[in-house]
Design a protein around this ligand. Structure first.
Ligand code: ADP
Ligand code: MG
Length: 228
C-alpha cells in the first residue's frame, strides 16, 4: 500500500511538471499563431513579425531542450579524460557576444595545480553553461564575470566558482531557486538550476549559492575528481 501511495505521488509530480511544460509552450505557440495570422493578412511587416516568431520559436526550443536534459534518466557517469580548464575556456567563449555586448569584464582565475582528471566532460560543460548563462543574464548593465578553479588535494576535489557582480538574489528567493519553473525573468524558464543541480548530484558533487542584492552572486560547485 505504501508503495502504491509513493507511486501515485511520483506520478502526480511528473504530471505537474509536464503540465508546467505544456503551459510554458502554449504561450509562445499562441503568440506565433497570432503573428502568423497578422502576417498572412498584412504583407507589410513581414520582417518585424518574422523576428518575433523566430524569437518565440527559440523560446520553445530552449524549454524543450532543458526539459529533455531534466527528464533523461541519469545514466551512469561515463568517465573520460577531462581538461577542466579547456571546458571553462570553451564555455566562456560561447558567451563571447553577450559578454562583449553587455560590457562584461571576464576574469579567469585558474589553479595551475589542477590535474588532468577522469570526469564527465559533457555534464561539466552543461553545468558551466547554465551557471555562466545565469551570471551573464544577471548583468544586463555590465559588470564582471569571474570563473575560478581550485584543486583541493587532500580529498582530491575540484572546486569551481562562477561569480558575477549582477543584480543578486533576495534571501527569500535564494531558497526557491531550483524549484521547477521558478524564475524572476520575463523570458526565463526556471528549469536551468534544476538541470544544474541534477548534474552536480549525478557527479556526487555539491553546489552552493551566495548572493547579495545589488552586489552579485557566487555559485560554488565542489566535485570529487580522479586525477590521472
Ligand atoms: P531562468 O534562468 O530561466 O530564470 P534558472 O533555473 O536558471 O531559470 O534560474 C532560476 C532563477 O534563479 C532566475 O530566474 C534568477 O532569479 C535566479 N538566479 C540564478 N542564478 C542567478 C544569478 N547568477 N544572479 C541572479 N539571480 C540568479
Ligand atoms: Mg537560467
Amino acid at each position: 500500500k505504501d508503495e502504491l501511495q509513493a507511486r501515485t505521488k511520483q506520478n502526480e509530480t511528473a504530471l505537474r511538471v509536464a503540465a508546467g511544460i505544456a503551459h510554458e509552450i502554449r504561450n509562445p505557440l499562441t503568440s506565433i499563431k497570432g503573428f502568423m495570422q497578422l502576417m498572412m493578412s498584412n504583407q507589410m511587416d513581414v520582417q518585424k513579425y518574422s523576428e518575433i516568431i523566430f524569437s518565440e520559436l527559440s523560446r520553445i526550443e530552449t524549454i524543450v531542450n532543458e526539459f529533455m536534459l531534466l527528464a533523461k534518466p541519469t545514466q551512469k557517469t561515463e568517465l573520460e579524460e577531462t581538461d577542466v580548464h579547456d571546458i571553462m575556456i570553451y564555455v566562456t567563449s560561447l558567451f563571447k557576444n553577450q559578454i562583449e555586448g553587455q560590457d562584461i569584464e571576464l576574469f579567469q582565475n585558474f589553479d595551475p595545480s589542477l590535474p588532468q582528471c577522469l570526469s564527465d566532460p559533457k555534464r561539466l560543460k552543461q553545468i558551466f553553461i547554465n551557471l555562466v548563462k545565469n551570471a551573464v543574464e544577471a548583468m544586463e548593465d555590465g559588470g564582471s564575470l569571474t570563473v575560478k578553479s581550485e584543486y583541493i588535494q587532500q580529498d582530491s576535489s575540484l572546486r569551481f566558482t562562477v561569480s558575477d557582480t549582477g543584480k543578486g538574489i533576495e534571501q527569500e528567493k535564494l531558497q526557491r531557486i531550483g524549484e521547477p519553473f521558478f524564475t524572476t525573468k520575463e523570458k526565463g524558464t526556471g528549469l536551468g538550476v534544476m538541470v544544474t543541480n541534477k548534474f552536480v548530484e549525478s557527479l556526487d558533487g555539491q553546489i552552493h549559492y551566495e548572493s547579495e542584492i545589488g552586489k552579485g552572486t557566487s555559485v560554488i560547485v565542489t566535485l570529487p575528481i580522479k586525477p590521472i
